[in-house]
Write a protein that binds this ligand. Structure first.
Ligand code: F6P
Length: 335
């Protein structure tokens, strides 16, 4: 059988362990050996690895994080890093490298393909869901469920205090988390990459203030605004201050942060990770190269890695519409 190297890279995501397990079990079925490199591509730089037996992946499907550890590896952006990675893979006589990660990790794989001639297979694992060619990435479902449970609690406090809360969510370049969580938490307002440009700051402030005033008028006892991180000019704390000043109501910022990254994966992520892990090994057996496992419209397939990093995947427009129309409805009811 072939010799497969496996690593997890970039932000950890719930379900990465389920994917590791599936890769190892499927590889054993096909008589392949699996070596896990530690701390993402850093493991290739430093030749840090462990052999992955069936025993090493039992009892991990439900665990958050990644047993292989992860990292964002700056050296993979340098020619020296690519050379080191190539040397390590060659030394271990690896036939295929499977990487579980997001767009940054896939960019690293594309760079590596210039010097290393083995098979490169990606599995999309990131809470951000910002990978093209697949409906969902491993970790996204768990992250939005975690955020929803947290925001339900914030809603209790918002109700008790008649207070406005601004909740900042992760997803540094994309609004998948923010829009999905906003809808599911009945957020009064959602501000994300899809509906905000920094040159519209003034108009958005007016609209948000208006929304806060409407809520007060109809005696809505709480008002939640969800916002994507890295979006508001000057940061979300500045937005909280601007809105407090304009509306005369206390607007409190709550940043959910890393809470969204950890925890036991939900069913959807465990199942997606299992399908993708098996599909990645099948891709190795089928001599595939520079592809990512993907699920589109409930069908597993492989997409070229350079498609995966296009950054063209938009939040489902029906969600953006739903949020806009629910707001319009609230305004109407009030009149
Ligand atoms: O890509 C996952 C993610 O959690 C993003 O949502 C967030 O912007 C980023 O990682 C944080 O990165 P780091 O772990 O390097 O602070």
């Amino acid at each position: 059988g072939k010799r497969i190297a496996l690593l997890t890279s970039g932000g950890d995501a719930p379900g990465m362990n389920a994917a590791i397990r599936a890769v190892v079990l499927a590889a054993h079925k096909f008589d392949c050996e699996v070596i896990g490199f530690i701390h993402g591509f850093n493991g290739l730089m430093l030749n840090e690895f462990q052999s992955l037996s069936i025993a090493s992946v039992t009892n991990i499907i439900h665990q958050g994080g990644t047993i292989l550890k992860s990292a964002r590896c700056k050296e993979m952006h340098l020619p020296s890093g690519i050379i080191k990675a190539t040397e390590t893979l060659t030394k271990h006589q690896i036939d295929a490298l499977i990487v579980i990660g997001g767009d940054g990790s896939f960019t690293g794989m594309l760079a590596l393909s210039n010097t290393w001639k083995g098979q490169l297979i990606g599995i999309p694992g990131t809470i951000d869901n910002d990978v093209d060619g697949t409906d969902f990435t491993i970790g996204f479902s768990t992250a939005i469920n975690t955020a929803i449970r947290a925001i339900d609690k914030i809603r209790d406090t918002a109700n008790a205090f008649d207070r406005v809360f601004i909740v900042e969510l992760m997803g540094r370049h994309s609004g998948h988390i923010t829009f999905n969580v906003g809808i599911a938490c009945a957020a009064e307002q959602v501000i994300s990459f899809e509906n905000f440009n920094s040159d519209e700051e003034e108009a958005t402030l007016a609209q948000l203030t208006d929304g806060i005033e409407q809520s007060a008028k109809i005696k809505h006892s709480s008002h939640l605004i969800v916002i994507a991180e890295n979006l508001w000019p000057g940061g979300a704390q500045k937005l909280a201050e601007q809105l407090t000043q304009r509306s005369g109501v206390d607007c409190t910022l709550c940043t959910l942060g890393y809470i969204q990254r950890g925890g036991s994966p939900v069913a959807k992520d465990r199942i997606l990770a299992t399908k993708m892990g098996v599909s990645a090994v099948q891709a190795v057996i089928d001599n595939q190269h520079l592809v990512m496992t993907a699920e589109l419209n409930n069908t597993m397939n492989l997409v070229p890695l350079n498609i995966a990093i296009l950054h063209k995947k938009r939040v489902n427009p029906a969600l953006v519409d739903a949020q806009a129309n629910i707001l319009a409805l609230t305004a109407q009811t009030e009149n």
